[in-house]
Design a protein around this ligand. Sequence first.
Ligand code: GDP
Length: 463
Amino acid sequence: MSLFHEFCLQGNRAIVVDEPGVTRDRLYGRSFWGDHEFVVVDTGGVLNVSKSQANVMEDLAISTTIGMDGISLLSREAAVARMPSMIERQATAAVEEASVIIFLVDGQAGLTAADVEIADWLRKSYSSKYIVLAVNKCESPRKGVMQASEFWSLGFSPIPISALSGTGTGELLDLVCSGLKKTEDVENMDEEENYVPSIAIVGRPNVGKSSILNSLLGEDRTIVSPISGTTRDAIDTEFVGPDGQKFRLIDTAGIRRRASVASSGSTTEALSVNRAFRAIRRSDVVALVIEAMACITEQDTRIAERIEKEGKGCLIVVNKWDTIPNKNQQTATYYEQDVREKMRMLDWAPIVYSTAITGQSVEKVIVAASTVEKERARRLSTAILNQVIREAIAFKPPPRTRGGKRGRVYYCTQAAIRPPTFVFFVNDAKLFPETYRRYMEKQLRSDAGFAGTPIRLLWRSRR
Ligand code: GDP
């Protein structure tokens, strides 16, 4: 049974096929999986879903030319020898069109020279495509993991499946669907280039938010356009940072119309927290301003928690740095220790010291915000990601339970950006305690960066 049939015959489970039919030698069927609806087309060994199918919400292209349907008919030598023409005739067109490529290999036959060559070809020619490596004929889940592990050297994360029994095809489809989102991102590259991140400057009253804003928008800054905010109390401004990056600055009444809300003490404080929450929601990156000589209060930590919870990028701006007397080289280090101690939830956020009234260092705020935004939208290659994780596990394996059970990570993939989200496929998520999850996050950060952005680790059991 081909993978195509497996996909299309899952009607009784989560995949439903509407109208299978034969057109121009192409067998196609409409399916859906989760929130995704797509067309699967089989071109005799090439499973392909093309963008030209107008009435589909999402498109999926799968190529099995380079899998059991195509290659299993050939001897290994013949496969290698015939591959270029085979790729030319069958696979190239399908892969070219494909949104997602499933690279299907034979788990029982093991790794072949043809697999290596095809992997190289895919990597070289289609590095921007989302490629899923499926290891077929892994009927036994336990043995399947072993069978699949042999294929790590191809540079993609292998997923054991059995087209015969249906084992693993659900996970495969999950991954394919997460790839569809990724592909959309790639296809919308122009849109991505035009993406204007929003920065919110938040903090307690009087810490210097409007001074920073004025300094940012002052003199030689190019103000592109004032934009009416979507809420009554916000007036956004687009401007261009020093590296040419466009930003939208979210201004709140707390900054622009401070006088009108001037009231005493706690009311102003409460108002400013709510305003900060609203600004955070609309932002990509938050500059959380605190005052150098003042203590970090509960209000600051509430804002900090909210930033983390909403998955926004963040930099901590320590303003009024000029008011610290007798500064020396250690001052910033001591100060940083204090901030880290009190704002543990933002231990990944860079700290910038500024003196807004002189404009000193304010430029650093925008440069840091620009870096943070890039980190928040960064994708890590699956190969590097899994290498980092393998090393982290080798250094410190998950703890054993009293019953002697131990968590195992099969592989990991980055499922989303803004914020970067990683899905760990494991034997049993319950075998990974909170401490171990934190350890993994720390390792991921220390080996792969992501400064200034929260990252999400999702643990998914696969039995
Ligand atoms: P906001 O309420 O957070 O918008 O704060 P403002 O920008 O209105 O600043 C409050 C006060 O702090 C004003 O009197 C500013 O002149 C002063 N201020 C702002 N930034 C600095 C700074 O870097 N150093 C010093 N010494 N004063 C500052």
